[in-house]
Design a protein around this ligand. Structure first.
Ligand code: HEC
Length: 119
């Protein structure tokens, strides 16, 4: 390896292909990581339901904020994405049990960028 440095391009390619490989490996349905066709009903709500609503729903939601329907999720989306994207050792990371996989965070981000459609 002496004298053979990784070029930034090679590193970028490694990261990119590594990411794609990861997603295809962990998720049976490749559609799940298709950020071009992100769907509130098929991607966003299940994600929030599985990982957030355990605490952020009901009569006494954590932090006084529920993420139960499209309106609530849409109005809190930037804040939610900020918490999902925190470093693993950050006390503000959500969910508190551990960082979501990168595909879930990418989907959430793409949904915001698409204008938070109720689709
Ligand atoms: C185990 C319970 C639990 C789960 C699961 C959980 N949260 Fe939280 N959440 C909390 C608690 C407790 C607070 C208040 C403490 C804090 O702000 O860190 C909080 C605070 C927040 C806040 C700050 C609200 C504000 O503006 O004051 C956001 C945003 C948030 N959570 C998003 C999420 C998202 C997004 C998920 C799912 C990916 C999630 N949380 C999952 C317990 C939880």
């Amino acid at each position: 390896m002496k004298g053979q440095k990784w070029s930034p391009l090679a590193l970028a390619l490694l990261v990119l292909t590594g990411c794609t490989y990861d997603n295809l490996q962990t998720l049976g349905d490749p559609r799940d990581c298709d950020t071009f066709e992100v769907s509130y009903g098929m991607d966003i709500l299940p994600l929030v339901s599985d990982h957030c609503q355990g605490c952020h729903s009901g009569a006494a939601p954590s932090a006084g904020i529920g993420f139960e329907g499209h309106a609530e999720i849409a109005s809190n989306a930037e804040n939610m994405l900020d918490r999902m994207g925190r470093a693993p050792d950050d006390n503000l990371l959500m969910p508190q049990s551990g960082k979501l996989d990168s595909c879930s965070i990418a989907l959430f981000s793409a949904w915001i960028n698409a204008g938070k459609p109720n689709n």
